[in-house]
Write a protein that binds this ligand. Structure first.
Ligand code: ZN
Length: 197
């Protein structure tokens, strides 16, 4: 298991921007959870993005970095802000028929040191896809920087250095044996649906 990290400043901004909700939620996967994370709501506020980037950049002061890459769409804002703080290029990749690609003339040159930026890492699957793309272009993955680690059960171990600011410990349940459903105190809601606070 990865170590949990608590950054109370980031947590309070996640709550304030309603990027982090606590309750009883139906996730897009259909699973029920006691937490819902939508980092885009955090990144609505450029000052929050700037603060997060400064904190993450501090963790990557030592290794030389040539370019920061984010995956569309969640990683774009944090990749850009990190690039600004580190004084390097910030680019993003996007899915074309389900596969991450570099478009818009973005390049990773042979031997460039690449930092992958994400808003939230859950299983590490999309990080892996971005890393494959970086390698295909001859880049070297220096590490991964993420605002949040969602820390769902059994997170895949990332084969790269992984730095993040705040861990969100979410429980995920099959709807058939959801503890929150069994408690019956809070109805399960789909985040973003009408009627939800
Ligand atoms: Zn439930």
């Amino acid at each position: 298991m990865l170590t949990l990290r608590e950054d109370h400043e980031i947590e309070s901004l996640l709550m304030k921007s309603e990027a982090l909700l606590k309750g009883h939620f139906i996730l897009s996967s259909g699973l029920h959870s006691n937490r819902y994370v939508q980092c885009a709501k955090f990144f609505q506020y450029p000052a929050y993005a700037e603060l997060a980037a400064k904190k993450l950049a501090k963790l990557y002061e030592d290794p030389p970095i040539d370019v920061v890459i984010g995956g569309a769409f969640g990683g774009i804002t944090i990749a850009y802000e990190l690039a600004r703080v580190l004084g390097v290029r910030g680019i993003f990749c996007e899915r074309v028929e389900g596969v991450f690609q570099l478009r818009r003339g973005f390049e990773i040159r042979q031997g460039e040191k690449v930092l992958i930026a994400e808003d939230v890492v859950t299983t590490g699957k999309s990080i892996d896809e971005v890393a494959q793309l970086v390698k295909q272009h001859g880049g070297e993955v220096v590490g991964v920087a993420s605002l949040v680690d969602r820390h769902m059960p059994d997170p895949e171990k990332l084969p790269y250095r992984f730095e993040w600011l705040h861990s969100v410990q979410a429980e995920a349940y099959d709807p058939a044996d959801c503890l929150l459903c069994k408690e019956g105190k809070l109805p399960a809601v789909k985040p973003g649906s009408r009627g939800m606070k």
